[in-house]
Ligand binder design. Sequence first.
Ligand SMILES: CC(=O)N[C@H]1[C@@H](OP(=O)(O)OP(=O)(O)OC[C@H]2O[C@@H](n3ccc(=O)[nH]c3=O)[C@H](O)[C@@H]2O)O[C@H](CO)[C@@H](O)[C@@H]1O[C@H](C)C(=O)N[C@@H](C)C(=O)N[C@H](CCC(=O)O)C(=O)O
Ligand SMILES: Nc1ncnc2c1ncn2[C@@H]1O[C@H](COP(=O)(O)OP(=O)(O)OP(=O)(O)O)[C@@H](O)[C@H]1O
Length: 523
Amino acid sequence: MSISLNTCILILKEHHLLKSSAVQDTVRTKMEYVSYDSRDIKTDTLFFCKGAGFRPTYLSMAKTNGANCYVAEQPYPEGKGMHALIVRDVSKAMALLSAAFFRFPQDDLYVVAVTGTKGKTTTAYFLKGMLDQINDGKTALISSVNNVVGQKKVDTFKSSLTTPESLDLFRDMRTAVDNGMTHLVMEVSSQAYKKNRVFGLTYDLGFFLNISPDHIGPNEHPNFEDYLHCKLQLLVNARKCIINAQTNNFNEVYAAATTTTAPDSIYLFADEDYTSPALKHPIDFRYSSEEIDMARTKFKVLCVSDKAKELPIAGEYQLKMLGDFNESNGTAAVIGAGLVGMAHDDAAKGISTVTVPGRMQTEITASHGVVVVDYAHNEASMMALMGFMRREFNNPKIIVVVGAPGDKGVSRRPGFSNSLNEFADKVFLTTDDPGFEDPKEIAEEIDAGIDHTKVDVTIELDRLKAINDAISMANKGDVVLICGKGEDGFQKIRGVNTPYPSDITVAQQVINELEDQNGHFYS
Ligand SMILES: CC(=O)N[C@H]1[C@@H](OP(=O)(O)OP(=O)(O)OC[C@H]2O[C@@H](n3ccc(=O)[nH]c3=O)[C@H](O)[C@@H]2O)O[C@H](CO)[C@@H](O)[C@@H]1O[C@H](C)C(=O)N[C@@H](C)C(=O)N[C@H](CCC(=O)O)C(=O)O
Ligand SMILES: Nc1ncnc2c1ncn2[C@@H]1O[C@H](COP(=O)(O)OP(=O)(O)OP(=O)(O)O)[C@@H](O)[C@H]1O
């Protein structure tokens, strides 16, 4: 793969991004590789100087290692002797030039994008499960758990970001196309828009699941308005939009969709009983709960409007994933499958076996109640999870193990206090990716918002011990919720990913020791 200097200049000019360029007569004008990391350079690399942590010495290193052209927001003396493309916004330039370098792989994929504060990963997995039924497993996936770019084992790998850096995204899309994948389901985080990781990308289908305050604080969004603004961009860039009519800020969400999409390509869904005087648009799809227990979740999708009736997806669906909130995720995914061209039977078959690592992984023990490992890590998801358990188990004692991460999402801390006050009986406040912060201070901040007349609090920073103590104290009929880390195999401590055996492994060991049994988690 390669890109010429002229093509780069043309693309940047077309998007009004080029401030100036310096072309060297004696240097090759073709670039054979692209990179934003000076430690990953080949001969004739197009190098992007980007990011808060960029240092001019990285450009010197890139030049020494063979880069022949750099893209930056200002000229650097370190780049002397290289072609220089000086741009208004390097992250936008990187997205556009990466797409061109990798020969616009998005044009060879049916691209589905999912955003929402909660449920992105689950909905993306549901969709992949269904689409795989009609394309022989050729659905690529970009998610916060795994990325899938082909059908071999090596084509599935753990992701480090929910939505990758643009250059990595277009490279992964190219790999997926070369591996014969026909569809791509991707999670799009608000940060992806904030950082222009998906700049210039249009989706065939775009989902807006829900929004509530999250990811607000240092290194993320300055306020809720900024967070919402970034999330809305997904709908602006989607050809067809699927929106949960019950989302907060619905009017703004719908308005964002209509900026580029006609109402007949916007699909709304809500649960069977939802009405709101503020809702000016007809609901297209409704869903109704059929049965939820610890073994399955059954719900019905109803096609209500004329345009909904054109999709043959009405009927009953069964999920392996627990939690009433997954009915909403499931309905969104089923509508998406319908818009891709699927009918009820294939969709029902595909969704019925989907599980998501680290989400709602449950073990019913003989004498220590029900133990659930789940990824809930903000107020909305904690409320949804604990609320489900309260309803499902008829007011059990709820014992929670939870912690808030450091350096980001500080709004989660009062959110945890609120949700614990609402539903928990006992909580172990513990460590969860403290970063450069003191986990004890984070725990004390959450504790400060807890009503101690309702919730008994223990601060136990050793996460393994917290899990052990929580399960050990639980009796038959109690519910133990181990929240926030799911399958994560590390703790982020002072900039280092420190190995951690994962909540599932720890909980399983504790249960085995306590019960001398060999059961295993299911979800
Ligand atoms: C704030 C933010 O989005 N930061 C991301 C961004 O960092 P950055 O552009 O500032 O780059 P940097 O890490 O400061 O490094 C500067 C540059 O120097 C280069 N470098 C560095 C060292 C060297 O020797 N040579 C060299 O060239 C690096 O390759 C980099 O290009 O680009 C990096 C990849 O190029 C990301 O890893 C990093 O994500 C950070 C780690 C992160 O945690 N981001 C979170 C907030 C995030 O994006 N989360 C959302 C999920 C949110 C949700 O759950 O909904 C996500 O999509 O994952
Ligand atoms: N629709 C929903 N509403 C509220 N909570 C939900 C919903 N769907 C999932 N959850 C809860 O949120 C947790 C995370 O779900 P999921 O990973 O699907 O969301 P996500 O949007 O990808 O999250 P993140 O951005 O944090 O990675 C689940 O484990 C569950 O507790």
